[in-house]
Design a protein. Structure first.
Length: 88
């Protein structure tokens, strides 16, 4: 069963929604449903996720490196090693 929900969005929020929907090639409705599902039914964390506070930061930066989410510990270790050994 599904229900229809009508909401009133402030202009700036509606513009941001339209832009995000356009960038992801989705309708505003599809994007809202996706965001609500992610927010209200987040995936269950794996046992290792709860122990890693850096996972909350995934997606907060823009970089050309495409595997930061999966290999962040490696990159942090590499940066720490280079800092300790004064290499760059």
């Amino acid at each position: 069963m599904s229900k229809t929900l009508t909401i009133t969005l402030p202009d700036l929020l509606e513009q941001a929604l339209a832009k995000a929907a356009n960038q992801t090639n989705q309708s505003a409705e599809e994007l809202i449903l996706q965001l609500l599902a992610q927010t209200l039914n987040p995936p269950s964390p794996s046992p290792n996720d709860s122990a890693d506070p850096l996972l909350k930061l995934i997606g907060c930066i823009t970089t050309d490196v495409t595997d930061v989410a999966a290999n962040h510990d490696h990159y942090l270790g590499q940066a720490l090693y280079e800092e300790i050994h004064d290499r760059k």
